[in-house]
Design a protein around this ligand. Structure first.
Ligand SMILES: [Zn+2]
Ligand SMILES: [Zn+2]
Length: 414
């Protein structure tokens, strides 16, 4: 079968880091870590495993981080390669092991790609998994059951969905109700990440919220705020006009596209003030109650720290790594709280405790017609993976939000 294999090596890394700026093919062309290959189709590795034929599989920021070598080296103990990338997927179950009870062949499912103690088939699960927070599994660096890895596609023993077939543990299956289209179902994974981020610190009614970023994560956070029907005022800071239009369609109250517009919006919040330090950019008193930074660069972290009110909350959704020269003054001088957010897990919502995916699917069914499918802006066949990567990297030129691989089309008879 065809698959996009990612094989990290230090020489490729060094070449791309040195020259990738001039020769982008060092990242995703012939000499890169990424290759479309003919590989052996996977077979079921255990009694509780299932085989899946992907329909659509998304490209995510984590994949781009690996392809462009931007992920922090701090995470390398929690990955193992070579592997097949791809962890956002909707597909059809084609085979099941004899002990599988959750799904049957023919079922349409999305996948929870995080590798938990259950997936590793560890009898005595770690405290994180016991608490339902499997994304924080303490075995992700171990070789128990499977090679090290936090998610499918980043684990040598659990190749991902950029392929004509993949296998998964039955606990990873998320059955998709028939009301949800394939294009919506392929977003279940990233939308769950946005929902979990919002629930790390949900705004109160009437609060002012800022969402920073123009990528899928920012839209997933905006969507979560609206799907949860939280009556808060949402400002979305994204640069491009197509992002602005998308955001307004999803129900953002205000979109700001540059520093000046952000400051104008900030100063509409009662009791905010602007001051000019001896050197450097303006500083403010007051500000947004909750800020979701869905980018995680020096600039966005700077903005988040500077425009959050005293005792306000910052949720770090973007995968920030080493951030040079960040001024932390207002973290203590305004007693800010910064919450990290990873994946999903168990949520408390309106007196109930349930998984993020369960809550998301319930909310999606409650809001039919909410235009989330529009976030899937580009579809490519696996063969066109180099252009797919380009479309995802150059959001401005392609006007892309979520780029996906179309691996098979259920409406076309085989
Ligand atoms: Zn992802
Ligand atoms: Zn665990």
């Amino acid at each position: 079968m065809k698959a996009i294999v990612y094989d990290f090596s230090v020489p490729k890394y060094v070449a791309a880091k040195g020259l990738g700026r001039y020769f982008p093919s060092l990242y995703y062309g012939k000499p890169s870590a990424l290759k479309l290959k003919e590989v052996q189709p996977p077979s079921l590795p255990g009694l509780r495993w299932i085989k899946v034929k992907p329909i659509l599989a998304g490209i995510c920021g984590t994949d781009m981080g690996a392809i462009f070598y931007k992920s922090s080296p701090a995470l390398t103990p929690f990955t193992s390669f070579p592997s097949i990338l791809g962890h956002e997927v909707v597909g059809i179950v084609t085979a099941t092991g004899p002990a599988v009870t959750r799904v049957k062949p023919g079922d349409r499912i999305a996948i929870d790609p995080f590798i938990s103690c259950t997936v590793r088939e560890i009898d005595d699960p770690c405290p994180a998994c016991q608490a339902g927070l499997h994304c924080l599994c303490r075995h992700s660096g171990s070789s128990a059951g499977l090679a090290p890895g936090m998610i499918m596609g980043f684990c040598r023993d659990l190749p991902g969905a950029w392929a004509e077939a993949f296998v998964a543990h039955e606990s990873m299956a998320i059955p998709v109700p028939e009301q949800l289209s394939d294009r919506l179902a392929v977003l279940i994974e990233p939308l769950s990440v946005g929902l979990h981020a919002v629930l790390r610190h949900p705004p109160q009614a009437g609060e002012r919220v800022l969402v920073i970023g123009g990528g899928m994560m920012a839209f997933a956070v905006v969507a979560a705020l609206r799907l949860l029907d939280i009556p808060c005022h949402v400002t979305h800071y994204c640069r491009r006009t197509f992002q602005k239009e998308m955001s307004l369609k999803l129900g953002t109250d205000k979109v700001v596209q540059n520093k000046k517009e952000l400051e104008e919006d900030l100063l509409t919040i009662p009791s905010t003030g602007k001051y000019q330090p001896l050197i450097g950019p303006s500083v403010y008193t007051g500000g947004y109650d909750v800020v979701y930074d869905c980018v995680g660069t020096r600039q966005t972290l700077h903005d988040a720290i500077h425009v959050t009110r005293d005792r306000g909350q910052i949720v770090l959704v973007g995968a920030a790594g080493t951030v040079p020269a960040l001024d932390w003054t207002f973290v203590w001088a305004k007693e800010l709280s910064i919450h990290g957010s990873l994946g999903y897990g168990k949520e408390k919502w309106q007196g109930e405790e349930l998984s993020t995916h369960e809550l998301l699917i319930r909310l999606l069914l409650k809001h039919p017609g909410y235009p989330l499918e529009d976030l899937v802006t580009h579809e490519f066949p696996l063969e066109a993976y180099q252009e797919a990567i380009k479309a995802n990297a150059d959001r401005g030129a392609y006007q892309s939000v979520k780029t996906v691989f179309r691996i098979f089309d259920p409406s076309v008879p085989e």
